[in-house]
Ligand binder design. Structure first.
Ligand SMILES: CSC[C@H]1O[C@H](OP(=O)(O)O)[C@H](O)[C@@H]1O
Length: 387
């Protein structure tokens, strides 16, 4: 039986509260639509709640989407409403029925948002676990072994994400500081939110800023507001202020002039899907920032855990880009008129604009031929993954 656990990551910006006690999992998620004005945790009681929390963007961020989906599945399967358990106890269902029951819930969760690969990678991990958890013929329950394996993996995902993010922070800080030696520290620019509110804690790109800040080597961090959801002005600004980093908020349109007039040592952004050739899907506006950085001679890094790598997808032109409801854009713009608008939530930055990819296993830099060999990097480090 999985050990009881509380998923506190120790920081004061907890994206979720997960508990597993007396065989029952419970989950509350921080409603990010209300931040920074209101801190409210809402319960997730089943996969329907988890799906809705992700789709509505009450919960968002590539790693966190996957984590909430798997935790929501764990809550669902351990809830009292799990009728399948009664059927199992009555020997009215077999192993295949139970696997189908669980797979159907997993498939449903993957329909919540299409672009971030983490959720899909997490479901593939779970399928492997389910396949390897087939109960013995003598087992009194066919259901319990599957559920326990899924709860255990959900708890593992929480811990792995924080440790991956801290490793990303350390590798990113080491790499950037190896070239930028100003005693006052480095100047970063970032987009969207990639901190504790996009993960189980610490963050990816913002985790690099956190680590530099911890080392007293973060001279400044400029955050783009990231319209229309405003992850930057609402969420990243909230994290920066909470951690007392030296932050500056920029309108998205200010990026070029900021780099031209004030300068920066590096842009560090998150990722929703890193393709085999290094093309990276990330928040809308990332492509523009990457092009501007290239033009201004500023390093451009993607911070991405292995859970965001998709080496099965050759290049970025194949990424499905989520389009959000037009109302989300019109509403946040205060537009007085209803008119057709285009609201893609992501764009794809070609590898040629990317200096390197900061992962928990180290920093992937361009090969001599100018390419980012993500596949080779994954193969090189796959043996030392702690899956
Ligand atoms: C830790 S990377 C998070 C990644 O996800 C964000 O998208 P969204 O807020 O729509 O879920 C954004 O692309 C970030 O870079």
């Amino acid at each position: 039986m999985a050990a009881a656990t509380d998923s506190s990551t120790g920081d004061n910006l907890r994206s979720l509260i997960f508990k597993f006690e007396d065989g029952k999992a419970s989950l509350s998620v921080l409603d990010q639509l209300l931040l920074p004005h209101e801190t409210k945790y809402v319960p997730v009681n089943d996969v329907n709640d988890a799906w809705d929390a992700v789709r509505s963007m009450r919960v968002r961020g590539a790693p966190l989407i996957a984590i909430v989906a798997v935790l929501g599945l764990a809550v669902d399967l351990t809830s009292n409403q799990a009728t399948i358990r009664e059927l199992d106890e009555a020997a009215a269902v077999g192993v295949d029925d139970i696997k189908t029951y669980i797979y159907d819930k997993m498939t449903y969760l993957t329909t919540s948002r299409p672009t971030a690969v983490n959720l899909f990678n997490a479901m593939e991990e779970l399928k492997q676990i389910i396949v390897n958890s087939v109960p013995s013929s003598s087992s009194s329950s066919h259901y319990a072994p599957f559920v326990d394996a899924i709860v255990t993996h959900a708890q593992f995902m929480l811990e792995r994400d924080v440790s991956d993010n801290k490793a990303i922070g350390a590798h990113g800080a080491d790499d950037i500081l190896s070239r930028h030696t100003d005693p006052d520290g480095v100047r970063l620019v970032t987009i969207c939110n990639t901190g504790s509110l996009a993960t189980a804690g610490w963050g990816t790109a913002l985790g690099v800023a956190r680590e530099l800040h911890r080392r007293h080597k973060l001279r400044s961090i400029a955050a783009l507001e990231t319209r229309p959801y405003n992850q930057g002005s609402r969420l990243t600004a909230y994290e920066i202020q909470t951690e007392k980093m030296n932050g500056t908020l920029l309108c998205d349109s200010m990026a070029a002039f900021y780099l031209q007039s004030k300068g920066a040592d590096a842009c560090v952004v998150g990722a929703d899907r890193v393709c085999a050739n290094g093309d990276t899907a990330n928040k809308i506006g990332t492509l523009a920032l990457a092009i501007i950085a290239k033009e201004m001679g500023v390093e451009f890094f993607v911070a991405s855990p292995f859970t965001t790598l998709d080496i099965g997808l050759a290049s970025g032109d194949k990424v499905e880009i989520e389009e959000r409801p037009p109302g989300e854009m019109l509403e946040s713009s205060g537009a007085p008129l209803e008119m057709p608008c285009w609201n893609p939530s992501f764009d794809v930055t070609p590898a040629k604009y990317i200096t390197g990819i900061i992962t928990e296993k180290g920093v992937l830099k361009k090969s001599a031929d100018g390419t980012l060999d993500v596949v080779g990097f994954v193969k090189k480090h796959s043996h030392d993954r702690h899956d």
